[in-house]
Design a protein around this ligand. Sequence first.
Ligand SMILES: [Zn+2]
Length: 540
Amino acid sequence: MVEIKRIEETTPEDYVVLGMKSGLEIHQQLATTKKLFCRCPVVRPYSEEFNAEILRHMRPTLSELGEYDGTALMEFKTKKEIIYQIHQDTICTYEMDDTPPFELNEQALDIALEVTMLLNCNLVSEVHIARKQYLDGSIPTGFQRTTILGVDGWIPFKGRRIGIIQLGLEEDACREVSDVGHLRTYRTDRLGIPLIETVTYPDMKTPQEVAEVGQILRYLARSTGKVHTGMGAARQDVNVSIEGGRRVEIKGVCRIPLIPLLVHNEAYRQAALLDIKRELARRGITPDSFKADTYDVSELVSGTQYYPLAKALKVYNDVATKYPKSTYSAEAYYRTGVIYHERLDSLKLAQEAFGKVAGEYSNSDFAAASLEKSTSMKRLLELQKAAGKGETVDQAAEKRFMAAEIQLTRLGDVQTALAGYQAVLDSFPRTAVAPKAAYAIAWIREYKLNDKDKAIESYRALVDRFPRSYQARGALFQLGFLGADSLKVELQAYVDSARADTTAIEKPAPAAPANPDTAAIVKKNLLPAPSDTVKKGGTP
Ligand SMILES: [Zn+2]
């Protein structure tokens, strides 16, 4: 058994015994005036304003080798909806994958080559631009354009050398605003900003060394005076492995002082896993003899105050009081808001917590997401206020509908939204928003709940109930899309009857009469159309 130690108690020899190795990948933004593959300006600090939103679904495509990428398929199956918030000053059609790349930004190339030489790298003789897969949606194309400028370098460190595998030049990805349920939101101002990526060999032997080398590499690049500094301008990925374990990559560490503890914990986590592996082997347990069962324990805790939540709220409150105006208190308020919203169902307290972060911590990493949530929640609270004097039925229905829309699209709260739309349909069936609510219900069942049968049922109910609505047409389309072959006859009947209804409304006259006077009479008397015309549908 490995004795798990706290970082303060661990000596460099302990890590040698574990056989720990660690390497770094450091990303730093270059201080260029323009982006890497288009001519959009680099605007920093980032703004929280945007002019438009674009909704995208990621779809896997066949590779040149004729197969689907496993990771791409997996990501696709999560059915994520990606929203890009764009600002006209910082984006063009290149970033949104509608225009091919422009030539590589030469200012960026110059800076990157300077750093490559500082790292004693061998320069490549030709620069080739390659694509690196990016499947989380943070780059609309699904890949990052990247290039290697130098290989096999080194820096001096405490009487030895730390090897540099390579230095690459690449484009930065979008900033994530929020990731709630199936909805992920990005802001695109950061997208395409030139980055250098420095990759070291796993030459660091202790967690402290990893941080020290990280600082040296960052300051080396900063010594050129041509890289951005400040929160988010540099990010590192830390690779850690121990003897017998696997390489684990800790991604996106935003501050170097965080590195030692992360590396230490990862090393001992792997050591503990190896202990478990040995114990399982000792007991003769193999993948074939292993059996897992799942038990639902929510019944057991339903009647309690659920101590962990109450405790978490207290801890966050302590942090916020103890370290006011710090990044820790910003995070504490943010997490308090999440608990109130997602676990305790208190919109009002959640809004207060998010509002605090957005107002008092507007420079923190949690500000953008908090502002989004607090604005949506504020609007929701207003909509939920008791009906105003003189409010018409239509206005009341509209308010209820808007609330459900916010729950669905802004807060990712699918079940609450579904209940809201159902309430609109039940309480305000004759209003203009009723067919929209009916459509939303069917849509949620199809896309959010993956319940095809229920979705078909809901689309059909919509067509029956509001056959002349705009939404009925959409529902018919979806039914055709969802329908198995057995559905087709019935579907055609739906389509025919809906068309007949539309025709009956739009053209009260059964046929174009030769005599205008006859037409006038037909209209005046509202003669019903002959039944055979109705059956034929809209084809005269
Ligand atoms: Zn651009």
